[in-house]
Design a protein around this ligand. Structure first.
Ligand SMILES: [Zn+2]
Ligand SMILES: [Zn+2]
Length: 145
């Protein structure tokens, strides 16, 4: 099976929002930034970045926009009924979406490649030390991956 045929399904908690994404993620990351902590209500978010063209999203979604620390516009897309965070978009990485891995039904084959914003990590949120970790957001160009 080639990577083009690879397919992952996902849905929100109530099931009103569903998605199918094809291909392999550009990267899978754990993020400890404060925005992700508040968004998820947990110690970090785990997201898989895919090309937006590979995503088919179904159902009514709500959006929340904010400006990140480095000045990029971030759009958080979530289910208006149950509140599940589905994905994030960032003007710093146009054409890509970061899906929340917890909403993905069959994510067992995806490997986190990086941990970011470790400076915001809470003491109770223990992370695998073998994953490359960064104090903040390293410079990352999806085109180089
Ligand atoms: Zn929902
Ligand atoms: Zn974050």
């Amino acid at each position: 099976m080639t990577s083009e045929e690879r397919l992952h399904n996902g849905r929100c908690l109530c099931g009103a929002v569903t998605y199918v994404v094809t291909g392999d993620p550009v990267i899978v990351a754990h993020c400890h930034c404060e925005d992700c902590q508040r968004l998820t209500g947990s110690g970090h978010s785990t997201g898989a970045m895919f090309s937006e063209a590979n995503l088919k999203l179904d159902g009514p979604v709500a959006e929340y926009e904010l400006t990140s620390d480095n000045g990029n516009q971030v759009t958080r897309v979530f289910c208006p009924s149950c509140g599940s965070p589905i994905l994030g978009k960032n003007t710093g990485m146009p054409g890509f979406v970061t899906l929340t891995l917890g909403t993905m039904t069959d994510s067992g084959d995806l490997q986190p490649g990086v941990v970011v914003f470790t400076r915001n990590r809470r003491p109770w949120d223990i992370m695998d030390e073998t994953i490359p970790s960064f104090e903040a957001q390293p410079v990352f160009n999806p085109g180089d991956a």
